[in-house]
Ligand binder design. Sequence first.
Ligand SMILES: [Zn+2]
Length: 320
Amino acid sequence: MLWSIIFLNEASANAKEPSGEEIMQQRMDYYMKYQDVFVPWHYLAAVDQYERNIQSVRKDIPKRDSVVAIQFSDEVWAGPFNPNQTDTSIASIQYFGGVGLDGNGDGKADNQSDDDVMYTMARYLSQYGPSEDDFKMALWEYYKSEQVINQILTIAKLYKHYDTIELDTHVFPLPVRGYNYSYRGTWGASRGWGGRRIHEGTDIFAGYGTPVVSTSYGVVEVMGWNEFGGWRIGIRDNHNSYHYYAHLAYYNKDLKVGDIVEPGTLLGGVGSTGYGKEGTSGKFPPHLHYGIYKFNGKTEWAFDPYPSLVQWEKTSRKKK
Ligand SMILES: [Zn+2]
């Protein structure tokens, strides 16, 4: 008895935490295993990543501590009128209208099993059909939110294009060499001009025309004039973040809404546009206003980009 306790302690002490790469590979294995002709791996991966993203910022939903982040509530899994809410019997789950299926062939439908959860999601999506519209319809029935569908489609588009889920690198939004720039952590300082809004972002001061590049992988969601932001661009990434670059002097002419960008893709140049009708410029010193907004599945809120900028500046400087 005592021996077995010691043995167990030793075993858990020796158990190595999987590396980031190993975790990515484990996830990828599930996506490849459960994709089918109607549901390509990047759809499964996008739903899974979306669920992971919201679980990391929401207090009101449980965090699934496993390789797969997708989770089904007991009620949905076992069926709303199933007296046994932790039912794993395939026959009675089906009888009570639950969605739970058996993916790993052990004869049980268990919502704690990554195989069973991934197989159930794949079957659910697959019944709608093969087109992107079918996928959207399936997502609509499941989430009932256009914003959620947009976020998941963005992730799927990036995964498909790069043929990988490893899209986590970031760079500083301005060149760290060859140009002068300065910025400070001014989170919460009030806007100096025309309003009482909290300043949601970080101002990076630099000369007119200094190149502005994307900090992340993402899809261009918004481009054009905004009364406050001037010529601005909004990019949504695979972590449910929306990156906002404002007051640009010009755009990269090759870019349009829907395009895919990556860390370092030229977006435009630093300017002083904004705070007026289209074309207004020069009401303040040239700077990039950079903001990040996080989507938690319900709302989008601004968080302080300063700590990330400091980090990305460091890593960008290390690169040759
Ligand atoms: Zn600003």
